[in-house]
Design a protein around this ligand. Structure first.
Ligand code: ADP
Ligand code: ADP
Ligand code: ZN
Length: 213
């Protein structure tokens, strides 16, 4: 099963992706996570990308396409994969189509998680992430059992540099202008599966499973 998780920043893509990994055993390919890893390791690519990420802009298409192209040749994607946060522009989507055609793979569903802009700011500024395992939490909507500590691995929770009000407000604008057109792009290919992204996390997961079954 080859999936794309589409939706604005804070829609719950990462949260639902983790649940899909557990249930379906296919890998989550998050370009945001890959870029943050490169930033952490202070690679050339990471240092270049950080400038864009900190201001809430998109990293240039060629950079993320290169990451995804390489990732999709890894053997763990044979049973399927889930792209989280990619593609984010029409040129990225067009390039993905070419990469997949070259690998003789097809997309099955584009899960489009819908949440109104008003709700996203609070979700993003309250987001906390585990340094060790990447699990996501929210200080109010999905708090860990012990403040500041990951339920799954005991790791330390941190707030992403780009989850502050000024950067979030840029990211939401960038989403509207550059990523939203993908809704029409995938609708046109009959791949779009809209999911109401408001409500309990497990209820939303149930809606996604219904679409996939
Ligand atoms: P994305 O990957 O789409 O940017 P995340 O999965 O990281 O979004 O979710 C953003 C924040 O919102 C996280 O803090 C997460 O815990 C929280 N969250 C996820 N789903 C919901 C939900 N259904 N209701 C309330 N908060 C949610
Ligand atoms: P969120 O879903 O919360 O917006 P991500 O972790 O997916 O966050 O992305 C964080 C940042 O990484 C983005 O604001 C952007 O700068 C960069 N990024 C991630 N994926 C892409 C992509 N496909 N194209 C361009 N930039 C990306
Ligand atoms: Zn953890």
């Amino acid at each position: 099963m080859n999936l794309i998780l589409l939706g604005p920043p804070g829609a719950g893509k990462g949260t639902q992706a983790k649940k899909l990994v557990d249930s379906y055993g296919i890998p989550q390919i998050s370009t945001g996570d890959m870029l943050r890893e490169a930033v952490k390791n202070q690679t050339q690519l990471g240092m270049e990308a950080k400038k864009y990420m900190d201001s809430g802009q998109l990293v240039p298409d060629e950079v993320v396409i290169g990451l995804v192209r390489e990732r999709l040749t890894k053997p763990d994607t044979e049973k399927g994969f889930m792209l989280d946060g990619f593609p984010r522009t029409v040129p990225q989507a067009e390039e993905l189509d070419k990469v997949l055609a070259g690998l003789k793979k097809d997309l099955n569903h584009v899960i489009s998680i819908e949440v109104a802009n008003e709700e996203l700011m609070g979700r993003l500024t309250g987001r906390r992430t585990c340094k060790a395992c990447g699990s996501g939490y929210h200080v109010i909507f999905d708090p860990p059992k012990t403040e500041g500590k990951c339920d799954k691995c005991g790791g330390e929770l941190y707030q992403r540099d780009d989850d502050n009000e000024a950067t979030v407000s840029n990211r939401l604008k960038v989403y509207d202008s550059q990523t939203k057109p993908l809704i029409d792009y995938y609708q046109g290919k009959s791949l779009l599966r809209p999911i109401d992204g408001v409500g309990a996390i497990d209820d939303i997961f149930g809606r996604i499973k219904t679409v996939l079954s």
